[in-house]
Each structure stands twice: as structure tokens, then as C-alpha cells.
Design a protein around this ligand. Structure first.
Ligand code: KG4
Ligand code: ZN
Length: 336
């Protein structure tokens, strides 16, 4: 039986990535070139620098992905690429290069939504996972609760009204003196702190059960630090990080569990960079075990941006007939 090999590219933010994935489930190779050390100097991703670095990295990263899989372009069956959402100049590099590869090889071109890719990271980690399930997609730019009825049938139930969960972690981490992107360091630091040390709000969005709002929480922690500074006091950063992380995770878990109860979902799944968060994983592991729900999250190397997840989702998009012509364009915004 012929297994479908997809060469996939990802360049939506500050990682240039290429991978080869077989039948949506098996990683034959996965290469990620991160630019994070350069963007750290500026406290965030600088879009023009990101585009230029993608332009330099896209060819060697793709060559390495093919080499690691012991394949040439002629051996792959399709080209998958992230086309939305993300930084437009960054996306354009991957999209245009993928179009070139598809044209040169005569293989089909499969456009993939970045957040659908994050969901698909779970198909690579857990062979037994199949839709339907409920998924909490938490990344640097997005926070969505989605119903995955089938691989390509996805409905958004709720989303953030302001900051994304990853953004909320990064901004609070910055206020605590941690370098960009501070989410991981905040998480590590919180492991050694007392989550009850500081009282922080658990903001709700009026009129919506599943939407999120994190900007008030972020402001509360910035005010705590500012007021302590003015009094000449120093706060315990581990305690502050633990209290903040607990508040964010409380908000995420509350709406996610409510959505599961309301929809009767029996399988809960995490996706996106913030799915690496230790407390979020522990909480949902525990809550789902208690209620007899299935719980899945991506292996740690697949939580952040990578192309293997794009190759997985591309397989299911291809099966659904979602291929693109040579007029494919990138989009900075696009509903899931
Ligand atoms: O999905 P991702 O790699 O890129 C986007 O598509 O945005 O997500 C990156 C985000 C960053 O905000 C980063 O700080 C956050 O995920 N993140 C974490 C953790 N690891 C990564 N946030 C909290 N705890 C973590 N362990
Ligand atoms: Zn991402």
C-alpha cells in the first residue's frame, strides 16, 4: 500500500520549519530553525527581521528535512504549507517557496491553517486520537475553544476578546523581568512559588460563557509590581508567577470544562505553544481523569511551532479535496 508523504513548510512567525509526514500520522523528519535569540534583543518579534531570516533559512531547512527523511522532492506526494494566520511577510516566504516546489515537481499544493496545524500535533503524538473532540487552542496569538467534528470540520465556540493566553504569559513575564518570550520561564519559576500568595482576578466576559479576557489580569499584576516598586518593596517573583499562572489556568480550565459539559464532549485536547504549560497539563489530566473523559496533549517538542503538525493536517485537508492553485496567497487573519 502506498503511504502518502507530504513535505510541509511553516513560516508564520519566528520559526522556519520543514518536515516530511507520512499519512498524517508519522514524522519522517522535522527541522525547526528558530529566530528567537535575535528577536529577544528587541523584546518581541520584529516582522521585517522575521521575513528576512525565513528567506535565508527556507532552502537549507527544506533540504535538511528531505535529507533526514532520505528522500528527494520527486519522492513526496504533495507540498503542504501554512498560509494563514500570522505575520504576512513571514507567511509569504513559505507560501511562495511552496508554490515554487509544487510547480517544479508537479505535485499538489495543500494550504493549511496554522491553528488547525496545532490541533493536528495531537495526531502525531497520539495514534488513537480521532475526531470528534473538544480542543483548547492556546498560542502566542490565539486562544480558542473549538469543536473538532471531523479533521476538517471545526467550529469555534469561544475565543479571547483581547490578549491571547501566550501573550498574557509573555507580558506578565516581561513585567517580572524575564526576557521574551517569557511564558516558559514564568512557568518554570512558578513551580517554586506559592499560588495563593497574591489575590488576582478571574475575569469573565459578560454575556459569553466561553470567551476569555486576559488584559485585566495582566494589568492587575503590572499594578502590583508598580505599587511595590513605589513603596520600595520587592515582591517574591516565584510567588507572583505562581499566583498569575494559577489565575490564567483557572480561566482557561473553567470555560473549557463548561464547554465540555454543555456539548457533552467526552474527549478534551490541548493545542498550541501554551499547551506546554505544566500547570495546565496537570490540571486537565486530573479533571479529565476525575470525570472519566479522555485527555490528550501534544508531546512537548510539538507544542510550539513546527512543520510536522502542518504536514499532518495537510494530509487530512488533501483527503477532503482542499488543494490550492498557483494563485494561492497568504492571509494574516483567517477564521479557523
Ligand atoms: O504556538 P506558539 O509556539 O506560537 C504561536 O503560534 O503563537 O506559541 C508561543 C507562545 C508564547 O507566548 C510562549 O511564551 C508560550 O506559547 N509558551 C508558554 C509555555 N511554553 C510556551 N506559555 C506558558 N507556559 C509554557 N510552558
Ligand atoms: Zn503557533
Amino acid at each position: 500500500m502506498h503511504l502518502m508523504k507530504i513535505l510541509a513548510l511553516e513560516s508564520s512567525c519566528d520559526e522556519t520549519a520543514a518536515a516530511v509526514v507520512e499519512d498524517g500520522r508519522k514524522i519522517l523528519s522535522s527541522v525547526v530553525a528558530s529566530q528567537v535569540e535575535e528577536h529577544k534583543l528587541y523584546g518581541g518579534v520584529v516582522p521585517e527581521i522575521a521575513s528576512r531570516r525565513h528567506c535565508e533559512a527556507v532552502v537549507p531547512v527544506t533540504q535538511k528535512a528531505l535529507e533526514d527523511a532520505n528522500l528527494t522532492l520527486a519522492d513526496v506526494d504533495a507540498i503542504g504549507v501554512t498560509y494563514a494566520p500570522g505575520l504576512i511577510g513571514a507567511l509569504l516566504v513559505g507560501v511562495n517557496f511552496a508554490k515554487g516546489l509544487a510547480m517544479a515537481s508537479g505535485k499538489p499544493l495543500v494550504p493549511v491553517h496554522h491553528l488547525r496545524g496545532h490541533v493536528a500535533a495531537n495526531y502525531l503524538t497520539s495514534p488513537e486520537l480521532t475526531p470528534p473532540f473538544l480542543c483548547l487552542v492556546v498560542s502566542g496569538g490565539h486562544t480558542h475553544i473549538v469543536q473538532v467534528a471531523d479533521y476538517t470540520k471545526i467550529t469555534v465556540l469561544g475565543q479571547t476578546r483581547d490578549d491571547a493566553a501566550g501573550e498574557a504569559f509573555d507580558k506578565a513575564a516581561r513585567a517580572m523581568g524575564m526576557p521574551y518570550p517569557g511564558g516558559i520561564e514564568l512557568d518554570e519559576t512558578a513551580e517554586g512559588g506559592d499560588e495563593k500568595a497574591f489575590h488576582l482576578p478571574r475575569p469573565h466576559v459578560d454575556g459569553s460563557l466561553y470567551d476569555f479576557s486576559f488584559s485585566g489580569l495582566k494589568t492587575a499584576v503590572i499594578n502590583l509590581i508598580h505599587n511595590a516598586d513605589q513603596r520600595g518593596e520587592t515582591l517574591s517573583i516565584p510567588d507572583l508567577a505562581a499566583s498569575y499562572r494559577c489565575a490564567v489556568v483557572d480561566c482557561l480550565e473553567c470555560n473549557f470544562v463548561r464547554a465540555a459539559e454543555d456539548t457533552g464532549a467526552k474527549t478534551l485536547v490541548l493545542a498550541g505553544g501554551v499547551s506546554a504549560n505544566r500547570l495546565l497539563r496537570r490540571r486537565l489530566t486530573h479533571t479529565c481523569a476525575e470525570r472519566g473523559w479522555g485527555f490528550f496533549c501534544p508531546a512537548l517538542p510539538l507544542c510550539g511551532d513546527n512543520a510536522a503538525m502542518i504536514g499532518s493536517q495537510a494530509y487530512y485537508e488533501f483527503l477532503a479535496g482542499h488543494t490550492a492553485g498557483n494563485d494561492l496567497n497568504a492571509r494574516s487573519e483567517m477564521p479557523m
